[in-house]
Every structure is written in structure tokens, then in C-alpha cells.
Design a binder for this molecule. Structure first.
Ligand code: NOJ
Length: 715
């Protein structure tokens, strides 16, 4: 039997130039003109088309009415769920639960595929240190080790085998590369970085996603170091298709090849098509420049023809790999068996509660003390908001499926205690009489739970913020409750980014970060608020005290004057909450750090372990984190780097010894020639509950023989 690539080769031989080019063309709409083009073999892929029946009909046209009958590849942005909405990816990352990430992606893929969608433009694996950037919501946070794990898990989940053994959908790691480095956090803006930062921090999650089998890569909108990513030969041909030998599809972002013109990198649409294609973009999303100009370009530049065959082979191979030639149609009855079934809803709830991070809990304000005579005030613009609870990129989620916090309070808390609700404010502006009603509700309560934060349209693509605090009307709401009542206040934050909420931290009795939790928002939050689930999330991103501290991230470099490390005269240099931070209703103690060696060879490894004890009053999960510091190198290294973590369950009073092995993969770095190497010298190592605390040890890598290096940072 021929393998997929061989089948693609065989088909390629039968294709005309027009048909070959057709495979490189994707459109984000399908009207009369596009249908005509499908029949002529001039379109290979579509996005933004929905409904199993509709997609089957389009496939029928491609399969039965085009000369070669090549099925379409139907794509969509299935980012954190299709109909069942999971927490936004940043929230999911806060669970540090890699299996849950994989499961969520698998479910999202199954639901999407039941509608005929066989390609998702996810996961977004862009690293960023820029919380003003709206798309921070779509990634896995600031740390490359965690992001690598998330990238691979999400790819595995999306591409897990369907009932015929084909990948359920093709994954797409995006946006290649550097998109998260946009200046000022302004989406689409210029990015610039050294090759070191590119290779150490930005590229590894792409590599991990590809290693996990990602069948496609999307290029970025942005200009990287003077060459737009969608026309960047160095990125696509040299690194991706060259060094990494990546065999899958490279698709542009929406019109990003045409946008080479606006970047000042191409003269006109033809030039843009030529430059995008020459750089290695196999498929043009929506701009039509390949459809219009490639034929002419190849007539004028026959030397470029082998590139066309290469692009078409990649696309056809993926179509074979997905089984589209054998199964172009979806069984329309499948939808009912798959869409939002109870198992999916349960998983959405479980992963939402795992993503919730307890940031402050003065005097055990939480879990809520319930009882017949207890009165609980539920306040805030997001307490009963079906739409915003789903977060950005959730357009297939339905409002009527969402359980709001108020819904869950009514069904689960109202039978046990008195619940009073007041909205208090809109998300972005005050509400008439809102403050008075909120203050009255809080005054009559034993505790006030105030659900505030961002609407979904303050996060995601092109929704950047210059100030990342709470909108003023919401902070006023909390201030009024604090000022006018003595009622303890629990602030629940729903957001797509870390928020600079220093005032809230100082004045609230408890603070909970829930991100945009998805379909099961209310149930997940109530699980945590009443202690049915003991919170276990940890921040995948640093929370600044003020926007002016940005960029602020844990794995910074030391300065030459560390004793004078006070960045500002007006703001402390400390974050509000460090990376990796999160509390539980129980407490954990770390003790007895041990290393099995004090000295190791360059190609050796060292085992590091510590006891973790649950010293509190209930069972709980803890994310045990391992950090290292390479103290002296041929290039400078960060003050701390995450190199391992384990999420464990400890019963009350239980102790477990948690151990990690550090191998050359974790100890190596890119040396001054950007070659991967383990350098001799002293290393510090920590095992702890977050990036700011932990037990410290040290060991030395001895100066033994050199290892051959390559140009990729491992983690
Ligand atoms: C633009 C976004 O940048 C990208 O992430 C998305 O996949 C495409 N639009 C398609 O919707």
C-alpha cells in the first residue's frame, strides 16, 4: 500500500498547473464565485463555512464536479472548544494539567469534526511577555517549559485518532514566528528580537508542537526584524522546512501575504504572491493573490516550479493523512452523538475549576461558610453574564448553554443560604443606581462575592489594553462596598490576561482568578467557592502591580547591579503575584531537598528531590515546581528557569517525596555561537511552590569532553 506522501505524488502527476495552484488557495467565504472555482479545481481549502449539511454539499461539489475530485480541507478557529467551551488557553495553562489540556483539545476536535471541520487553527503557541496584548489569552503564558508541554498536549489532543483511525482534525501551530513580541502590546505591530531570544524562547513551542505531529503551521502577521513573517525565508525555508525538516503545510494568516504590500515589502499583489510563495507559504488564506498571480509568476519564473510541487505535495499529503479522499463526507447524525454530551460538559467543568487560581485568602474567608442563617451577596457585572464567561474565540459556544455564577448560586447555594444579587456596574461603564444597590446587597450580607473583570471583547485578537487594571467603574464598585460596609469581600476576577489589581489585593479579603472559564463557569466557581473543589491552579504568567512594570516576568536576567535592582522610583520592583503562584485551602510544606550528586559530567544527570507535606486540614493538589539557574555561562542565563513540574494530590497529613531528573536537555543552553551545549560550572536548583519560593541546592557540571551542539534550545 502506498503511504500518504506516495499517494500525493501519484496524484500530483495528473495535475495541471491551474489545479496545482488551486490547492494553494483558501477562501474564508463560499458564495457563487467560490463554488465556480471549486468546480474548476481552483480552491483547495475553505474556512468560515459551517454546518455538516453545508460542508457535505461543498465537498460533494469538489469531489463530484471538479476534474480530479480532490476533497476540500475545511478549517476553523477551534481554539478552546467548539460548542462545549473550555477555559481560555491561558486559563487552561493555569491548571498545569497537561492531560486535561489534551482531553479538552480532543473533545473540541470531536465536536468540530462532527460538523465536517477537519482542520483547526490552533494551538496558538506564541510566547509573550506582554499582557497588554489581547492575544495573551490564547497562549500558555510566559514560560517556555510550560508552553512546550501545552503545545504538544494540545496538538496530540486535536490530532487524536477518530473512529477510522485518522487524526480527528489537523492542528496548526501559530503564528510563526514572533507575533507575541509586538511592540507596546499593540496587535500586528512590529516585532524585533535577537536570534538568541528567537531560538531560546519563541521557537521552542513550535518545535514541540511539530514534534508532536502538528500537520500545519500558520505564519504571523508581523514584521520580524525587518522581514514580515509571511514573506520570511529565514523563518520558513531555512528554519522550519530546512533545519527542522518539517513536512506539513504552511498557511498564511488571513490575507497576510497580501499585507506584505502594507509592510512595504512587496510592490503589489503579484509581488506579494511571489514573495510569500518563494518564502515558503504553501497556502494563501483568503487574499486571493495566489489564485490571481501564481500562474503568471510560474510562466515567468519556471525555476520556481519545484516549489509549487513541494507545496502541493504537502497539502495533498495532509488531505490523505486525514482520510479525506476515503471519507470526504461527515455523517450528519454524528453531531447529536457528540455535541455537548454530558461527558464533555463534565470535562469543561473539571478543567475550569482546575484553572482557577486562589490569589489571596485572609483569615480563611474562603471556602464560604454556608448555613441556614448565612446571607451571601453576589455582585458584579460578570456574575450573570453568559456571553463574556466564554471568553474570546468562542463563537460556536451558545449563551444558553452557559451556567453563570448566579445560576449556580441559585441552584446550589440558595438552598443552603440566603442569596442576594445586584449587578452593581456594567463591565465598562457605571450602571444607574448600581452602586447603591450593590452596597445595599453587601450590607445585608455576611460576605459579598464580587465578580468583576474583562469582557471577551477586551481580550483576543486586536483587543489590546493600555492599562491592564480593572475598568474604573468596577474598581469604584469594590471601593464603595469596602467603604460603606464592613462586609468581607471576595473578589472573583474573570479575565483574559493578568490584571494589575494592587488595590484589590490590598483591600479584598479573598481574591480568585477565574479567567474566562467557559460553558461551566458558574459550576466551576461554586465548586471552588464552597470548597467542593480545593483550588489547585497556579499562575502561568506574572501579575504586575502596575502596567508600567511591563514587561515583568520571572525568568529575567540578572543585572550588573543586582543590589540596586529597584526599577522605578514610584513602583516596587516586585510583581503583585509571581509566576507559578497560587494558594490552596490547605497548606503545603517543602522539606529535605536532596541531590544524588554534587558533581556531574557534561552528559550526566542529577536527581533532585524534596518532601512535600500537606500540613493543613483537607486534601489538596499541589503543583510542585523545579527551577534551575546556570550561574556562569559563555552567555548570561536567567535568574531562574522552570525545568520541571508535577501536579500531585496529597491527603491531609500526607507526605510524598517528589523527584526530578535533570539531564543535558534541561541543563543545556545556547552558547555564544547559538549551539546547544551543557557548559561546566555551578548550577543552583530549587524545588518549590512558585517561582518566588523554594528549597535551594546546588551542584556542579564538571569540565569533561565537549558535546556536539545544534541550534535549538531544549527545555
Ligand atoms: C486571524 C488570526 O490571526 C488567526 O489566528 C486566525 O486563525 C485567522 N484570522 C482565521 O480566522
Amino acid at each position: 500500500m502506498l503511504n500518504d506522501a506516495a499517494k500525493a505524488e501519484r496524484l500530483l502527476k495528473r495535475m495541471t498547473l491551474t489545479e496545482k495552484i488551486g490547492q494553494t488557495v483558501q477562501f474564508g467565504r463560499c458564495e457563487a464565485q467560490e463554488i465556480e472555482w471549486i468546480k474548476q479545481g481552483k480552491i483547495g481549502s475553505l474556512l468560515n463555512v459551517y454546518g455538516a449539511e453545508k460542508i457535505n454539499e461543498l465537498q460533494r461539489i469538489a469531489v463530484e464536479e471538479s476534474r480530479l475530485g480532490i476533497p476540500l480541507l475545511i478549517g476553523d478557529d477551534v481554539i478552546h472548544g467548539f460548542r462545549t467551551i473550555f477555559p481560555i488557553p491561558l486559563g487552561e495553562a493555569a491548571s498545569w494539567d497537561v492531560e486535561a489540556m489534551e482531553r479538552n483539545a480532543r473533545i473540541a476536535a470531536a465536536e468540530a469534526a462532527s460538523e465536517g471541520i477537519r482542520w483547526t487553527f490552533a494551538p496558538m503557541v506564541d510566547m509573550t511577555r506582554e499582557p497588554r496584548w489581547g492575544r495573551i489569552a490564547e497562549g500558555a503564558g510566559e514560560d517556555v517549559y510550560l508552553a512546550n508541554q501545552a503545545a504538544a498536549a494540545r496538538v496530540r489532543g486535536f490530532q487524536s485518532p477518530d473512529e477510522n483511525g485518522y487524526p480527528t482534525v489537523a492542528a496548526c501551530v501559530k503564528h510563526f514566528a514572533g507575533y507575541g513580541w509586538v511592540e507596546g502590546g499593540r496587535d500586528y505591530d512590529t516585532t524585533g528580537m535577537s536570534e538568541r531570544v528567537l531560538r531560546e524562547t519563541v521557537l521552542p513551542p513550535f518545535y514541540e508542537g511539530i514534534r508532536a505531529g502538528a500537520l500545519s503551521v500558520m505564519t504571523a502577521f508581523t514584521d520580524l526584524n525587518g522581514v514580515p513573517a509571511s514573506g520570511n525565508k529565514f523563518l520558513i525555508r531555512e528554519i522550519l522546512k530546512g533545519e527542522w525538516n518539517y513536512p506539513g503545510i504552511v498557511v498564511s494568516d488571513w490575507e497576510s501575504v497580501e499585507e506584505l504590500i502594507h509592510h512595504g515589502y512587496a510592490e503589489d499583489r503579484k509581488d506579494a504572491a511571489c514573495k510569500g510563495f518563494a518564502a515558503g507559504v504553501d497556502m494563501d488564506m483568503h487574499s486571493g493573490v495566489y489564485l490571481e498571480h501564481l500562474e503568471r509568476i510560474f510562466q515567468e519564473r519556471p525555476d520556481m516550479l519545484p516549489l509549487l510541487d513541494d507545496a502541493v505535495l504537502r497539502i495533498l499529503t495532509v488531505k490523505y493523512r486525514l482520510g479525506l479522499f476515503d471519507h470526504p463526507y461527515v455523517d450528519v447524525r454524528k453531531r447529536e452523538r457528540v455535541m455537548m454530551i454530558p461527558e464533555h460538559v463534565e470535562q469543561a467543568r473539571d478543567s475550569a475549576r482546575k484553572s482557577i487560581v486562589l490569589l489571596k485568602n485572609r483569615g480563611k474567608t474562603l471556602p464560604l461558610d454556608l448555613g441556614a442563617r448565612k446571607r451571601i451577596g453576589l455582585i458584579g457585572p460578570l456574575a450573570d453574564d453568559r456571553h463574556n464567561a466564554m471568553g474570546c474565540w468562542a463563537w460556536k459556544g451558545r449563551k444558553e448553554d452557559v451556567v453563570t455564577v448566579l445560576d449556580a448560586f441559585r441552584s446550589r447555594i440558595a438552598p443552603l443560604a440566603e442569596v442576594t444579587y445586584a449587578k452593581g456596574s456594567e463591565v465598562k461603564q457605571p450602571l444607574e443606581r448600581g452602586l447603591e444597590e450593590a452596597v445595599a446587597a453587601a450590607r445585608d450580607s455576611d460576605v459579598a462575592v464580587v465578580v468583576v473583570g474583562e469582557s471577551e471583547d477586551m481580550t483576543g485578537e486586536h483587543y489590546n489594553r493600555a492599562y491592564i487594571g480593572l475598568p474604573e467603574c468596577q474598581e469604584r464598585l469594590i471601593r464603595a462596598i469596602k467603604r460603606e460596609t464592613g462586609t468581607p469581600v471576595v473578589v472573583v476576577l474573570m479575565s483574559g490576561r493578568p490584571l494589575a489589581v494592587e488595590w484589590v489585593h490590598e483591600h479584598a479579603d479573598a481574591v480568585v482568578e477565574a479567567w474566562h472559564p467557559g460553558t461551566q463557569a458558574g459550576n466551576a466557581l461554586v465548586d471552588v467557592l464552597i470548597g467542593e473543589y480545593n483550588p489547585s491552579g497556579k499562575l502561568p504568567v506574572t501579575f504586575p502591580r502596575s502596567t508600567g512594570q511591563i514587561p515583568i516576568y520571572y525568568n529575567r536576567k540578572n543585572t550588573g547591579r543586582p543590589h540596586l535592582y529597584e526599577d522605578y522610583v514610584d513602583v516596587s520592583d516586585e510583581p503583585l503575584y509571581p509566576f507559578g503562584y497560587g494558594l490552596s485551602y490547605t497548606t503545603f510544606e517543602y522539606a529535605d531537598l536532596r541531590l544524588d550528586a554534587w558533581q556531574i559530567a557534561r552528559d550526566g544527570s542529577v536527581n533532585v528531590s524534596a518532601n512535600v507535606t500537606n500540613t493543613g486540614e483537607r486534601d489538596g493538589e499541589e503543583v510542585v515546581q523545579l527551577y534551575i539557574r546556570d550561574v556562569v555561562g559563555s552567555t548570561t542565563r536567567p535568574v531562574k528557569e522552570l525545568k520541571g513540574f508535577r501536579k500531585i494530590l496529597l491527603k491531609q497529613g500526607e507526605t510524598k517525596r517528589i523527584s526530578f531528573t535533570l539531564t543535558p536537555n534541561e541543563l543545556g543552553m545556547l552558547d555564544e555561537r547559538l549551539q546547544f551545549a551543557v557548559e561546566p560550572g555551578k548550577f543552583l536548583v530549587w524545588i518549590g511552590p512558585n517561582s518566588g519560593e523554594g528549597l535551594q541546592g546546588e551542584f556542579t557540571v564538571m569540565d569533561t569532553k565537549e558535546r556536539e551542539g545544534d541550534g535549538l534550545q531544549r527545555h
